[in-house]
Design a protein around this ligand. Structure first.
Ligand SMILES: *[C@@H]1O[C@H](CO)[C@@H](O)[C@H](O)[C@H]1NC(C)=O
Ligand SMILES: *[C@@H]1O[C@H](CO)[C@@H](O)[C@H](O)[C@H]1NC(C)=O
Length: 405
């Protein structure tokens, strides 16, 4: 990847007339597939315009490439009043979300703004397929190929690409905040030394690695009905809760739960009974939340739910042999996360996705948990949207980041 990137940088730097003839051949050789250079973009429908600048903060929007051709969305937020003094903080969202999740609430409640106000240089990331990312170099969202990826690709491509970009821009180690599937992706990515080496500290909200004790009725039904396989076989490549296929899944789940129309309760049925979300904002959240993901990403989550493992995509025995040289997919070894990385876990007593038992299992396997925060009344959604999250969680997160532990 480094050589590709260098080749392309060369190309971009030299596209004025004098260089064109000389470089066309070289660029074709070096940049056969992907122009791997991050670019600033201006986007009237981006997070900066929709959610940040109107709250009185500066915001820059970037598109950051992955080696497999996706353009991810990254925003840098700063204060209009002072320069950041404390180093970069990178915030990474969960399943079917985008970087918007950190700046949906009011400026005095949302973690994205709170970190800026406390002197951090704040960066938001949005994975491939989030509506706040920038598509693919050769595929459209309507192409099946656009959706041909799973969680392992977030681990090996999306998160490392964004962290490397932030590190290149700031030349400093990164304070990481993850939420839900964002923590899961980070735990797996941090088992690689090169990625872990970019991180100063990591705060994990609703941390997930093992999914043995998930009590969310929706997650359980989806995985045990093997809906993931049914839909993949039926040629459904993307999961969009608002389209016909998504509605079919919701209806199947609602029927199984014997609730004829459970669409309106979906948030709490998936995440647990959130105590502290402002209900009058739910229609506002709905406009942003539950973004489309790939069926293979969901299929892998369903596999991990069924098996309780923390590992790579299971293609089935014979295809696993081709992919991994083994009948079984390899596990991500949490013990490979460097002991020198301080980690904070914040989890809730009502969380039906990051269950207490699973979090305890995770804690036993992580080499370096320095702080654990348990909020008994919190369910999954409260950690990012809860009105009390600032006092119950974020103030402690700020202390964890600030203390030389
Ligand atoms: C999801 O489906 C809705 C309704 O059909 C559509 O408006 C929206 O654009 C779709 N989202 C994506 C990312 O394709
Ligand atoms: C909930 O949101 C509404 C609409 O923005 C707002 O008027 C109200 O003050 C909020 N409630 C709380 C407790 O913050």
């Amino acid at each position: 990847m480094a050589t590709l990137a260098e080749g392309c940088l060369h190309f971009v730097v030299c596209t004025w007339w004098a260089c064109v003839h000389m470089l066309v051949l070289a660029s074709v050789v070096h940049c056969a597939s992907v122009p791997l250079v991050a670019q600033p973009v201006s986007n009237l429908n981006g997070i900066c315009t929709l959610l940040v600048q109107s709250r009185g903060y500066n915001c820059q929007e970037f598109k950051v490439p992955t080696a497999d051709g996706f353009w991810l969305g990254v925003q840098r937020i700063s204060s209009r009043k002072f320069r950041a003094s404390k180093g970069p903080a990178f915030l990474y969202h969960g399943l079917m979300q985008g970087g918007d999740i950190w700046v949906l609430n009011a400026a005095e409640e949302a973690l994205g703004f709170l970190l800026v106000d406390n002197g951090y240089d704040v960066w938001l990331g949005s994975s491939r397929s989030s509506k706040f990312s920038y598509g693919h170099i050769s595929f459209q969202r309507s192409d099946p190929e656009f959706w041909n990826w799973d969680w392992d690709d977030l681990v090996s491509q999306d998160l490392p690409s964004m962290l490397r970009f932030v590190h290149l821009q700031t030349n400093q180690l990164i304070y990481f905040v993850g939420y839900s599937q964002g923590t899961m992706t980070a735990f797996a990515a941090f088992t690689q030394n090169e990625v872990a080496g970019l991180i100063k500290k990591a705060a994990m909200l609703s941390p997930i690695a093992y999914l043995n004790h998930v009590t969310s009725p929706v997650a359980s039904i989806v995985s045990w009905l093997f809906l993931d396989k049914v839909l993949l076989v039926a040629g459904v490549h993307q999961f969009n809760i608002s389209d016909a296929g998504g509605k079919q899944v919701v209806n199947a789940v609602c029927q199984k739960l014997k609730k004829p129309d459970c669409y309106s309760e979906l948030l709490s049925l998936v995440t647990g009974p959130n105590c502290c979300i402002n209900k009058s904002l739910i229609s506002f959240y709905d406009k942003f939340e539950l973004q489309t993901t790939s069926m293979r990403n969901l299929a892998q989550m369903a596999q991990l739910l069924r098996t309780g493992r923390f590992g790579k995509f299971d293609y089935g025995w014979f295809r696993n042999l081709g992919h991994y040289g083994d009948f079984f997919p390899p596990a991500y070894q949490l013990s490979n996360i460097p002991r020198s990385m301080p980690i904070m876990l914040a989890h809730g007593g009502q969380d039906q996705l990051a269950d207490e038992m699973d979090v305890r299992h995770l804690m036993l396997e992580l080499p370096s948990v320095t702080q654990v925060l348990f909020v008994p009344q919190y369910a999954h959604g409260d950690f990012v949207l809860g009105l009390s999250a600032r006092t119950l969680v974020y103030d402690k997160l700020l202390l964890f980041f600030a203390n030389a532990l």
